[in-house]
Structures are given as structure tokens and as C-alpha cells.
Design a protein around this ligand. Sequence first.
Ligand SMILES: [Zn+2]
Length: 133
Amino acid sequence: MAVQPQTDEQSSADTVPAHHCVQGQALIREVNEQIHHLGLGWGADADLCNIVCECANPDCLAPIHVPSQTYEQVRRFPTRFVLAPEHVLDAFQRVVEEAADYVVVETVGPAAATAVRLDPRRAVPLDDGDRPT
Ligand SMILES: [Zn+2]
């Protein structure tokens, strides 16, 4: 990661798949935020949050049990996601924490900017992303 090419979202075509993946992850992240805040995931163990895998596969809805404290720590970083252990995409994710039931990954490279932009806890209005058609 010594060489960081200029991030030009409009012309770097090879980053498009990663962008798409991160957008899907961001959607699941919003779902998990609601689960977390509504307390829907709380089971018998009040310290455990039952969320959904935030991997890049849009069809993946694998349930994950994460300590709510860990979940809160992950959400402090807009580029971090909680996945099932076997769902990590090495191409644009770096594992920062591994447990038996889940893995915390950090999005790296140009896709990280997308993850930050879509962070539900930032609430920054973004209207400049749409191209006129
Ligand atoms: Zn998954």
C-alpha cells in the first residue's frame, strides 16, 4: 500500500466492482443499524447483537452474533464491516479482528471512499453523485 494512485471515481473503471460491492454492504449496514437500535436482535443474552452478514454478496443474509460492544466499536469506523468468517473478499478488505463467529474487515482502496460516503451515522447530505441522463 505504498503507492496510492489518484482516486478518480469517474475514470477508474477497475474499481467499479468494488464500488458495487460496498454499496451492497452499506445497505446491509443500514439494516443492521435498525436491528441494533430497535433491539430486535437481542436474544437471551443481552450483550449479544444478532445482525446480518455484511459481506459483498447481496444474496447473503447469514446471521451473525456479535457482542453489542464490538458492534458499536465497528460502527465508529465507516469503512469497517462485520462478516461471516468465510465471506471476506481479500481484494478490497483487510481483516482487523477475527472471532469464532464473525470477522471484522476494513475496506481498503478506492472502495473505502464509498463506504465512508454511505455511512449512516454521518448523515451528510450527498446530492452530487447523480449523473444527468
Ligand atoms: Zn456473507
